[in-house]
Design a protein around this ligand. Structure first.
Ligand SMILES: O=[N+]([O-])c1ccc(O[C@@H]2O[C@@H](CO)[C@H](O)[C@H](S[C@@H]3O[C@H](CO)[C@@H](O)[C@H](O)[C@H]3O)[C@@H]2O)cc1
Length: 603
């Protein structure tokens, strides 16, 4: 086919219009369809002109597959797409939300809440660029990131995916978009998607809009607030993403004042597309259309009509795509969904594909494989860990700080459920959707980092669950106790109690009774800290979910670097006080948003 659409010198808009004019209704609807890799067959991709394939959390070629195995898989799908009548390349998407976290050996960066503690926009941009390289090395073109939720209640299971409860902090960290996609040149038209080249990925700002503001932090529930507050608190970060050329936006499962976002024409079309001028494509969330009705998946055809007419351009089906194709075709032929709406959706999808250069470079670039988990990226992740740590207590007396720790003590005890568990350190969305326990990938646990940091003559004793005998029959200079949350994702993380799990408080109490103790909390959010517990320990560090580079913690607690992190969320005194807000009737927090001690000048 020798046409305008094939000529990379032609303006993107001319290529979009030309290709659209050549497409059948079947091909147009195929482009609006995203399916999960487990149901993606060569014939379906080729004959139905499927626009996109995704990996659900952890869904890959096989257990511990390497980036090269992923690239083989994605290129296989892409070759099927290139064999279709018009040869429109597909987009392969994955949740690379803290590094390319499904892939074995990838660098795992701190989750967003830890990056929010750093408040370092330049760091976020560099992490975006590193993540993009590792994603493209696996053949994948598209990441469902960043999550720009403003988490207003830590009981929400996705609190750790949010940079902060403070909109301004979230806005600052949207700089990751320029890292992921590349920086748009001067004069790039506002609202249009931008992807610099083969070392960058298509990004996705999510979940539009108000996902972090639901009642009591219940996942996928209702955000009850005025339009002015919704715009000021939850929508502003999207303006920053749009100004950086964000290519896609994902609709939220949640509702706004009782109306599901996936069918909210006002917010999806009149606000996002018309008022804010977003020209990329709007994608549904996973089975987002199925979750519009009860029982889930019923009235599917009606849900499709409502969602597409509200402004959804691509549907993350992800499994029953034949039903979706059949129903949407019926809806267009019956006039319930106009061809104008279909053309608008397909134009947006093609615009992103042309902007990403997929027509010119549809297949993976294997020269990127040596970037995966490389020293440069791991050093960057280590820097991010350092800057994410928040020092909440340092000594029983300000004049006698407990930290930094002595590097050549006689003997130290390292204890706790999270001291030697890489999976716990990484949290959810790592290897699997809801995370895993143990040595899940390449990385350094806190215990390994401590052993590396102290002198060879120092005795390091490790007990996950320390015994009275060990505590009483050894002379420890100090103890490091790491406790916290087990990995979780989404609704499985909704929690109204927020106590330190796995008897973490008991472990702390047992050790701190007898030994000067530093507690390191590995969690996706603030947890209950009883005053007696806080009193009992000598120092406390919030490490959030630091990822694969545990040495970032020892770099700071042993004094090679100072603390920089400041709380990205208020630390509540009691769950009864949640949600903490800046409204007049709100309770005082135990530690306020922005709190963080340092070695030099106290707070
Ligand atoms: O075990 N169960 O019972 C169970 C229940 C529900 C599940 O539901 C599903 O789990 C995951 C698949 O395993 C999916 O990722 C989504 S989540 C959705 O997926 C997008 C693509 O990954 C992300 O970008 C979005 O940010 C996110 O909101 C869904 O919630 C899974 C398992």
């Amino acid at each position: 086919m020798n046409c305008v659409c094939q000529n990379p010198v032609e303006p993107i808009e001319a290529r979009v219009k030309d290709l659209l004019s050549r497409m059948t209704l079947k091909e147009k609807i195929g482009q609006m369809t995203q399916i999960e890799r487990r149901v993606a067959t060569s014939s379906a991709i080729k004959n139905l002109s499927i626009g996109s394939i995704l990996s659900a959390g952890g869904s890959g070629p096989f257990e511990n597959a390497l980036s090269s195995d992923w690239a083989d898989m994605v290129d296989g799908f892409q070759n099927s797409a290139l064999e279709s009548r018009l040869g429109i390349p597909l987009i392969y998407g994955i949740d690379a939300v803290h590094g390319n976290n499904s892939i074995y050996g990838a660098t795992i960066f701190p989750h967003n809440i830890g990056l929010g503690a750093s408040r370092d926009a330049d760091l976020a941009e560099r992490i975006g660029a590193a993540t993009a390289l590792e994603v493209r090395a696996s053949g994948t073109h598209y990441t469902f990131a960043p999550c720009v939720a403003v988490c207003k209640d830590p009981r929400w299971g996705r609190c750790y995916e949010s940079y902060s409860e403070d909109t301004e902090v979230v806005r600052k960290m949207t700089s990751i978009v320029s890292g992921l996609q590349g920086q748009p040149p001067e004069g790039h038209p506002r609202g249009y998607p931008f992807v610099a080249g083969r070392n960058n990925v298509i990004a996705c700002a999510k979940h539009f809009v108000g996902d972090g503001g639901t009642d009591n932090g219940v996942n996928e529930e209702d955000t009850k607030t005025s339009y002015e507050d919704l715009e000021r608190t939850h929508m502003t970060p999207y303006l920053d993403c749009i100004s950086q050329g964000i290519s896609t936006v994902m609709a939220s499962y949640s509702s706004w004042n009782g109306r599901k976002l996936h069918v909210d024409h006002f917010l999806l079309t009149e606000v996002l597309k018309e008022k804010l001028g977003f020209k990329g494509f709007l994608i549904s969330d996973w089975e987002g259309l199925d979750r519009l009705s009860h029982p889930r998946g019923s009235n599917y055809r009606s849900s499709i009509a409502s969602a597409i007419n509200a402004g959804i351009d691509m549907v993350m089906v992800p499994f029953r795509f034949e039903q979706f194709l059949q129903d949407l075709t019926f809806l267009v032929e019956s006039g319930e969904v106009s061809i104008t709406r279909i053309d608008d959706a397909v134009e947006r999808i093609l615009r992103v594909k042309f902007a990403a250069g997929l027509f010119e470079h549809p297949l993976s670039d294997r020269s990127l494989l040596d970037k995966v988990g490389c020293k440069l990226h791991r050093d960057l992740a280590r820097e991010a860990v350092r800057k994410s740590l928040v020092l909440l207590k340092n000594g029983r007396d300000p004049s006698k700080p407990f930290l930094p720790l002595n590097k050549i003590p006689q003997s130290i005890l390292v204890a706790g459920t999270h001291a030697d568990n890489l999976g716990y350190q990484c949290g959810g969305w790592t290897k699997k959707w809801n995370g895993c326990s143990g040595k899940i990938t390449i990385g350094t646990t806190l215990l390994e980092a401590v052993k590396e940091a102290v002198g060879v003559e120092t005795e390091v004793i490790y007990e996950q669950h320390p015994s009275k005998d060990t505590i009483e029959h050894n002379e420890f200079s100090f103890a490091i106790v790491a406790v916290g949350e087990e990995p979780y994702a989404e609704t499985f993380g909704d929690n109204s109690e927020l106590v330190i799990p796995m008897n973490g408080a008991d472990i702390i109490s047992l050790v701190a009774e007898k030994i000067p103790t530093l507690v390191i909390l590995i969690s996706g959010r603030p947890l209950v800290l009883e005053p007696w517990l806080l009193e009992k320990i000598d120092a406390l560090v919030a490490a959030w979910l630091p990822g694969s580079e545990g040495q970032g913690i020892t770099d700071v607690i042993f004094g090679d670097h100072d603390f920089k992190g400041r709380l990205p969320v208020s630390w509540f005194k009691s769950v009864e006080h949640l949600p903490i807000s800046n409204r007049v009737n709100s309770h005082d927090p135990m530690f306020p948003l922005g709190f963080g001690l340092t070695y030099n000048k106290g707070e």
